[in-house]
Design a binder for this molecule. Structure first.
Ligand SMILES: [Zn+2]
Length: 711
């Protein structure tokens, strides 16, 4: 990684014209004393342009920051997620231009054309003798800078200066934007990994200290100290750009399909190590232009607000108030799009939480697999004032423990919680890390909002209500990451892990200075309970509410969740029954490696679909798993159902397609014509359900077909 940058440097250094100009800038700014360390000058980034006008007289020395080169951020396969490229700032020195008698009109025309700026404006800058330097170009590409340099050299112009700078770039744009974060204009990490690991990435800035005379000008040769900068380290993340893209694409699809009004969030974690392979919050933003608002609706509203105050006279109250309101709204919109909901926002997990309640009850022996329940759709629980309803109003009838989870039955879970009792429920909640931050290496993590212990153990007051509602994931909020790591411990043998995003820190010379190893925080449940829970969770997908998550050939397990948002009100103060639907999927169940959560915030009621985790989130997670499991090298553990292929030759296009579709196969037509003249595979072959069959039409020969297995 250092190599690329070194190449960049040597290219800069070999450009003597460029070097000369930097020297000129440095000299003018008073750092001429450092010519002996000239080989490092290309790294100098002088930040105090207004030094001459602003520096206080009493300071007898001046410190110029020499920033270090910021490290890169890579995904686990060394794809570059964030890097810095060389750019240049362009300055005019009006005094120098005047002294040298340069043709200002020509300079304005030429720079205006190259920098795509108004020549008249450049002319004004060139003639402004009140300032020592006037910046006319900011962070221009090296190609543009080279064009300006050629112009300077050709006409031997004095008074145009170029200063090297760096620009942070994010080659994948919006991908994992809230995780990676961005740097601000002065190159400091804001948000995400850029912020959390800023001290590693930025390296150590160097310093140039110069003494000054009474005339405020530097006295270059009288005193100077140089503290060299150290290049920043690079980070290798646990993130996998491909898995991240799969997760984001499937979430985008779900948002479009179910007309989801308030975005979505999700993640993919390795259940055994706590490595985060993907973490997404949609709608997103592009860190290359992080100040821009990407939600079109919000953007339009902001435009409207801006137009309105601009219509008022600038000295009016309406203008001031409107402008303030606009700026506040703009800030809020930016903070919203930068927010990583997976770690920062609590939500009601709903029924996905039942996995934890059941694991706790099984682990301490409050229930076993044969414990019986009866659901009549609603029940008056002693100590709970409100009638408890099951989501299925007709009731689930007689159930045992496995069916309670498969049916996601609220009545059965209320009884499981009562058998468990408030004290033990609370103990397990703490074991599962529900009352603490996960410790992920990202700033801005929240720990959600859970009941105080007394509220759940005191059966005289609200205890029974809190305990029963709590057992199925309602009336409290936790972060998606808290939920996922707790469920991971349920299926991985009982180990609560510390999730992490940075696996390795490598210094500029390529030495590993930190390697993150998986960390087990504590045990939550026994190995045996974990094994039992794996079987139960798998049965939810094969027999229960999550059939839509099935992935051909892979044994996957999971749990649906649908929860009402408890704190959304309309303008009249009435609670709005907006819902967050979610699904937590795990694969492969025989030996769980990956856990995936997708939550869709407020699917529109207009689509006519039943709003639930089973209908909306489960197929989304199923699609993510079918994308990533083969890519991640997870071997298929289950035999797929096979279909005996009929002879389709001689049939019409539509007849053949109809027959294939009835057998859950798909047709891919090759060539032009009305009738099927050939097929691959041949009639009499057994092929996996869901496969694609090539059907040849007309005179097309069938010499290069192959089976495309669809997952
Ligand atoms: Zn029920």
């Amino acid at each position: 990684m250092g190599k690329e940058r070194k190449k960049q440097y040597s290219r800069l250094r070999s450009d003597t014209g460029h070097h000369h100009r930097i020297m000129a800038v440095m000299a003018a700014l008073g750092v001429a004393a450092f010519i002996p360390v000239g080989c490092r000058l290309y790294q100098l980034m002088v930040t105090q342009y207004d030094y001459y006008s602003s520096l206080a007289l009493r300071n007898q020395t001046r410190t110029t920051k020499v920033s270090a080169d910021r490290g890169d951020i890579y995904d686990r396969n060394m794809n570059i997620l964030a890097t810095s490229i060389g750019v240049e700032n362009i300055y005019l020195d009006p005094h120098e231009l005047k002294q040298a008698g340069e043709d200002l009109e020509d300079i304005a025309q030429t720079l205006g054309r190259i920098l795509e700026k108004d020549p008249q404006w450049i002319l004004e800058q060139a003639g402004d003798l009140t300032k020592r330097y006037k910046q006319v170009g900011s962070k221009v590409s090296e190609e543009t800078a080279a064009e300006i340099r050629a112009y300077i050299n050709e006409h031997d112009i004095s008074g145009i200066h170029l200063e090297p700078n760096t620009q942070r770039v994010y080659p994948y744009g919006t991908l994992a934007a809230q995780v990676i974060g961005f740097t601000n204009d002065s190159g400091t990490g804001c948000e995400g990994i850029e912020a959390s690991y800023n001290s590693f990435l930025e390296g150590t800035a160097g310093k140039v200290i110069t003494s000054k005379g009474n005339n405020e000008m530097d006295m270059p040769f009288s005193y100077e100290a140089y503290i060299s900068s150290t290049e920043g380290s690079s980070l290798i993340l646990t993130l996998d750009a491909t898995v991240q893209a799969c997760l984001e694409n499937r979430m985008e699809e779900a948002i479009a399909k179910f007309d989801v009004l308030n975005g979505a969030f999700g993640l993919v974690m390795n259940c055994k190590t706590g490595e985060i392979l993907a973490m997404a919050t949609l709608g997103s933003f592009d860190p290359n232009n992080y100040l821009e608002i990407y939600n079109e609706e919000t953007q339009a509203q902001l435009e409207q607000m801006k137009l309105q105050y601009l219509l008022s006279p600038t000295d009016s109250e309406a203008y001031t108030a409107g402008k303030t309101a606009y700026q506040e709204a703009l800030t809020a919109a930016r903070l919203k799009q930068w927010r990583n909901r997976v770690i920062s926002d609590g939500y009601e997990p709903g029924s996905t939480f039942k996995v934890l309640t059941m694991a706790a009850a099984l682990d301490c022996g409050a229930i076993d697999l044969n414990t019986s329940f009866h659901c009549s759709g609603a029940e008056q629980i002693p100590g709970r004032s409100q009638l408890l309803h099951c989501w299925r109003s007709a009731g689930h009838g007689a159930e045992q423990t496995p069916q309670a989870l498969q049916n996601s039955c609220n009545i059965a879970f209320a009884h499981i919680a009562l058998k468990l009792g408030g004290e033990r429920f609370y103990e397990y909640i703490e074991q599962f890390g529900i009352r603490e931050k996960t410790g992920i290496d990202l700033a801005g993590e929240s720990k959600g909002v859970f009941f105080d212990k007394s509220l759940i153990t005191d059966t005289d007051k609200w205890g029974t209500a809190s305990l029963t509602s709590g057992s199925f994931g309602q009336t409290f909020k936790i972060t998606p990451l808290q939920l996922v790591r707790a469920i991971a411990s349920v299926v991985n043998g009982g180990n609560l892990l510390e999730p992490y995003l940075v696996s390795e820190i490598v210094d500029a010379e390529g030495n590993t200075i930190l390697k993150q190893e998986p960390t087990v925080v504590r045990r939550t449940i026994s190995e045996e309970t974990s094994r039992t829970m794996r079987g139960l969770i798998e049965s939810v997908v094969t027999d229960g509410t999550a059939k839509n998550a099935q992935v051909a050939g892979f044994a996957i397990g999971g749990k649906t969740g649908t929860s009402e948002k408890i704190d959304v009100f309309d303008e009249n103060g009435n609670r709005v029954l907006d819902k967050i639907v979610s699904f937590v999927g795990i694969a492969p169940m025989s030996d769980p490696e990956y856990i995936v959560l997708v939550a869709l915030d407020t699917p529109s009621r207009e689509t006519g679909l039943y709003i639930s985790g089973g209908v909306m989130a489960a197929p989304t997670v199923g699609a993510v798993l079918s994308d990533i499991l083969p890519y991640l090298g997870v071997e298929k553990t289950e035999q797929e159902e096979t279909v005996l292929l009929e002879d389709l030759t001689g049939l019409s296009r539509s007849e053949a397609e109809k027959i294939l579709n009835e057998q859950s196969l798909t047709a891919q037509f090759v060539g032009e014509g009305e009738n099927v003249t050939g097929q691959i595979p041949a009639a009499g072959t057994r092929i996996p359900g869901g496969s694609q069959v090539l059907l040849y039409l007309g005179t097309e020969t069938n010499d290069k077909g192959e089976i495309h297995e669809t997952q």
